[in-house]
Design a protein around this ligand. Structure first.
Ligand SMILES: [Zn+2]
Length: 483
């Protein structure tokens, strides 16, 4: 029998707020000395009281709106009780039955096939401290404790590792467009948990036994662990066995999942409402105001570039992958309007030469010295016949290096095509005077020598003579000699 995987993902994303979730400590702890971003609240001292970070709530609602979720009128925080050394209070403030949002979806595009992955809920909680295990000793850094953590829970709508990958990338892209999370997995700003079960291919039943894999700290780890787990469960089922419901961990070094807790050992978190925090009232006015703050999101942006500018789906994808690149492109197109520059030509320079040079120098778009308006300025020079496309690439490299205007580079380096008839005529006379043998041959009927003479003109002008005009002038002058 063939089996099909059923995958649900929980994504944890740290929010880019200035302060932590329930205290005034800075949430920007990356690179800070251990235990320097702490106070009685995030250290879990008895008697300290939490205060809700309004920005964290707004970022969560904004995200939920981008995922087309419903925002309820009320939400509350609850205590999730468990004991682990990284949990300072012995409980985590999270949300249980009244989360900030429910019932949304993220659209993914799997090789041209559009599919909605439903979002069950988006809620807010606090991050835990970080443990380090060094030479048989465990050390704790409380800087991370209390950093706002958004949890995005999908329905089990994914049926391949590829779908899980596309969903995760899309989710991350949206968070970065919103500016609510860096999504930086190397810094632990985005972590995954996967629920995996198998069902007979072609059925729609949901398996009662799901295996949960925790602590997947990168997209790669999530994909590898999911792939491994699908194979492991498949082997068990093919052999007529039964997959046990359990919580597993992922051993990155060995590339295997391992049992953390069986069903019998499952945690009872004994959730109860957080008595130190008020219930959250979410007015419709507040939600409308937040909705108005939503930027143009990747799907809409991509569609607009294809529809309004005639870009290929591929180019639109590449340009909208990162918001900063998309914004850069939009500004370039806007600046090109008055010069009548085709947005497609701008897209070619961005996805071609610009990306190539950025790649070669490991530069981010924010570090690029070429201003968006300078790209249509360069294209206009080609369109006017001031420079050839080959010369334009040289000019572009200089612009990338220095940030100077294309006109200035062309002028300073003398790269413009020479189309001045007077100047070229003088050069043509000189070339004829200096090459009596080829001239004689031409006049005797060997027309192929014209090519040689044009070549001499190109040489004299360092490749900048307008070649058609050069050939025309030479022909005229040679014919005049014949008469
Ligand atoms: Zn604190």
């Amino acid at each position: 029998m063939n089996f099909e995987p059923v995958i649900g993902l929980e994504v944890h994303a740290q929010l880019l707020t200035h302060s932590k979730m329930f205290c005034g400590c800075s949430a920007d702890y990356a690179g800070a000395a251990p235990n320097t971003h702490v106070c009685p609240v995030c250290l879990g001292m008895p008697g300290s009281l939490p205060v809700i970070n309004k920005t964290a709530v707004e970022y969560t609602i904004l995200t939920a709106l981008a995922f087309h979720c419903e925002i309820p009128e009320f939400a509350k925080f609850d205590r999730k009780n468990y004991h682990y050394p990284d949990l300072m209070k012995g409980y985590q403030i999270s949300q249980y039955d009244l989360p900030l949002s429910r019932n949304g979806y993220i659209l993914i595009n799997d090789a041209g096939q559009q599919k909605n992955i439903r979002i069950r809920r988006v809620h807010l909680e606090e991050d835990t401290a970080k443990l380090f295990h060094v030479d048989g000793t465990s050390l704790i850094d409380v800087n991370r404790s209390g950093v706002p953590l958004m949890e995005i829970v999908s329905e089990p709508d994914m049926h391949s590792v590829e779908e899980a990958r596309l969903y995760s990338l899309k989710l991350r892209q949206i968070l970065r467009y919103l500016g609510v999370s860096s999504g930086d997995m190397e810094k632990g700003a985005m972590r995954f948990e996967a629920n995996i079960s198998l069902r007979p291919q072609g059925t729609t039943q949901l398996s009662a036994t799901r295996v949960e894999i925790k602590n997947l700290n990168s997209l790669r780890a999530m994909m590898h662990a999911t792939e491994y787990e699908i194979k492991r469960q498949s082997r068990i089922l093919q052999a007529g066995g039964i997959v046990e419901q359990e919580t597993m961990g992922w051993d990155e070094a060995r590339g295997v999942t391992y049992t953390q807790r069986s069903k019998e050992e499952a945690h009872d978190y004994r959730y109860f409402p957080e008595p130190d925090l008020p219930r959250l009232e979410i007015s419709r006015v507040w939600v409308s105001a937040l909705r108005a703050l939503l930027p143009e999101l990747p799907d809409d942006k991509r569609e607009r570039l294809v529809r309004d500018y005639g870009l290929s789906a591929y180019d639109a994808d590449v340009i909208t992958a990162e918001k900063q690149v998309a914004d850069y492109y939009d500004r370039a197109v806007e600046a090109g309007k008055e010069r009548g520059v085709d947005p497609k030509a701008i897209a070619n320079w961005v996805t071609g030469e610009l990306f190539r040079l950025m790649n070669d120098s490991s530069a981010e778009i924010t570090q690029v010295k070429i201003a968006p308006a300078q790209i249509p300025a360069l294209v206009a020079l080609i369109n006017k016949g001031t420079i050839t496309t080959t010369i334009a690439k040289q000019v572009f490299e200089e612009m990338f290096r220095t940030g100077r205007d294309p006109e200035a580079v062309v002028k300073e380096k003398g790269l413009a095509v020479i189309s001045d008839t007077g100047a070229l005529a003088a050069i043509a006379d000189r070339v004829i005077g200096e090459n009596p043998k080829p001239v004689k041959d031409y006049l005797a009927g060997k027309e192929a020598t014209l090519k040689f003479l044009v070549g001499q003109m190109m040489k004299a002008t360092k490749g900048q003579a307008n070649p058609t005009l050069a050939a025309e002038l030479l022909t005229q002058k040679l014919l005049a000699l014949k008469d």
